[in-house]
Ligand binder design. Structure first.
Ligand code: CAO
Length: 439
């Protein structure tokens, strides 16, 4: 073994610079001029090339260190260099790739070397966490690391196809192509939104795990929910409706409805109340044009309802609710939700909606923030009703009242806060007075 020190060479007029990447790790075989570490000042980043080849025995610096000329970077066994060509095929692959890469001569002052790049000249990172999001060094040759760095690709996100799980240059190219082909989030106004990549974490290091594919419905609805969440600026207005009388009425009608084969649920009444509120506030029964510069107002009242199925969430639509009575709507609710759970819904039965209701009342919870089913502009979330003490001003005492929590999310590009509050106030008055609802 012949151990040699690798020191920081002349890097120009800098007292200290940050180590932003340690490209090699202990045990790596390196050739003369291979980039070893990347340093960054506020103006430029630069690679420190290997002054000689060999096997890295000990790395003396880490990402985040501040170093200057003369600091020891690593110890390299140069005796191993002669044996390097006879090493495993992985090493040969490194050598072949190295031939394609231009690195500055070791004697060249690094700060002036061609490898120095001004940050603004770097391409936009496709998936950029500069030091790798998994906190673990991905397995790749120095040249592939350099290639990935130049393109702003996080090697921890790249799937390796080389021997011993080594990342090859073509893996990086494939990753970049895949990232570029991903759909960009675009709002109706056309503005894009880019986010940091999710960290890749090996959860098994913390305990037992099981990996299952997502159900098809979840994949589709997940992508839609994500788009809706990031493109429509959501505001959620909370309110409570006194449904004591309505619930009494529903219960009194239950037996009669059952004779007709109908389960008369609260949701059917809610749909009628929502149609009435949509008529009073037409901007809620609308969609933005794709360019985002026109509001398309609808003269029909098709109401979607979120339905929980074993495979995920679907939204069947009940058409022309303004022309149907509560009994008809209740009948359709059962019929459509039954078929949704048997996966027998037709595509057209989930299309054409104007407004959606998501009722979690049968399950529980107090309030939640539903995500708008775009291009609709609002959605009503309903939680479990409960008996509450409500102050009766006329009687001067608290009265037990059945209160229904409501959460109205709306697209703030279309609906102002004042109208949001007016809409829920209108709903409250409809739901608290059965006579109004049935008119
Ligand atoms: N408060 C208290 N009880 C309620 C209630 C409320 N707001 N809403 C319903 N209930 C009661 C019903 O009265 C019924 O009790 P009875 O049998 O004694 O009458 C019981 O809860 C079950 O109701 P249901 O769920 O069968 O019927 P529904 O019309 O209320 O709802 C449907 C139908 C399809 C909306 C519902 O089954 C469902 O799938 N809900 C989940 C929706 C969902 O997942 N939303 C989240 C979307 S965002 O991820």
């Amino acid at each position: 073994m012949s151990l040699k020190e690798v020191l920081v060479p002349d890097i120009g007029n800098f007292d200290s610079v940050d180590v932003i990447d340690v490209i090699v790790s202990e045990g790596d075989t390196i050739a003369t001029d291979d980039p070893l570490v990347t340093l960054e000042t506020d103006k430029a980043s630069m690679d420190i090339p290997a002054p000689f080849g060999g096997i890295v025995k000990e790395v003396k610096v880490a990402v985040g260190d501040q170093i200057k000329e003369g600091v020891l970077i690593m110890m390299v066994d140069t005796a191993a260099e002669a044996e390097a060509p006879a090493a495993a095929p992985v090493v040969q692959a490194v050598k072949v790739e190295e031939a394609k890469v231009e690195v500055p001569p070791p004697s060249h002052p690094v700060a002036e070397a061609p490898a120095v790049k001004q940050p603004e000249q770097k391409p936009n990172p496709v998936a950029a966490t500069p030091t790798g999001s998994a906190g673990k060094l991905a397995h790749a040759s120095p040249s592939v690391r350099k290639f990935a760095r130049e393109l702003g690709a996080d090697l921890n996100l790249v799937t390796p196809s080389g021997p011993k799980n080594r990342i090859l240059q073509e893996d990086v190219q494939k990753f970049i192509k895949g990232e570029l082909a991903k759909p960009r989030s675009e709002s109706a106004g056309g503005a894009g939104l880019s986010t940091l990549p999710m960290p890749v974490i090996d959860f098994s290091q913390y305990g037992e795990i099981e990996t299952k594919p997502l159900a098809r419905i979840k994949k589709i609805s997940g992508a839609n929910l994500h788009r809706n969440w990031v493109t429509a600026p959501h505001v959620t207005q909370f309110d409570e409706a006194d449904i004591t009388d309505l619930e009494d009425f529903r219960r009194s009608m239950k037996a009669e409805a059952e004779k007709k084969g109908v389960k008369l649920t609260m949701l059917a009444f809610l749909i009628k109340a929502v149609v009435n509120a949509l008529k009073a506030y037409p901007s809620f029964n609308a969609s933005l044009s794709p360019e985002g510069n026109e509001l398309i107002l609808k003269g029909y009242y098709n109401i979607g309802f979120a339905c929980d199925t074993p495979d995920g969430l679907v939204v069947p639509v009940i058409r022309d609710c303004d022309h149907k009575d509560v009994m008809d709507i209740a009948r359709e609710l059962i019929e459509l939700s039954g078929r949704a759970r048997e996966r027998k819904l037709k595509v057209e039965e989930m299309q054409g909606g104007c407004f959606t209701i998501s009722s979690l009342g049968g399950i529980g919870g107090t309030m939640f923030t539903p995500i708008i089913n775009c291009p609709e502009v609002a959605i009503l979330g309903v939680s479990r009703s409960s008996m509450q003490p409500v102050w009766d001003k006329a009687k001067g005492e608290f009265e037990p009242r059945l209160m229904l929590p409501m959460s109205l999310s709306y697209d703030h590009r279309v609906i102002d806060g004042a109208d949001g509050a007016r809409f829920t106030t209108h709903l409250r008055s409809m739901l608290s007075d059965v006579r109004r609802l049935l008119l």
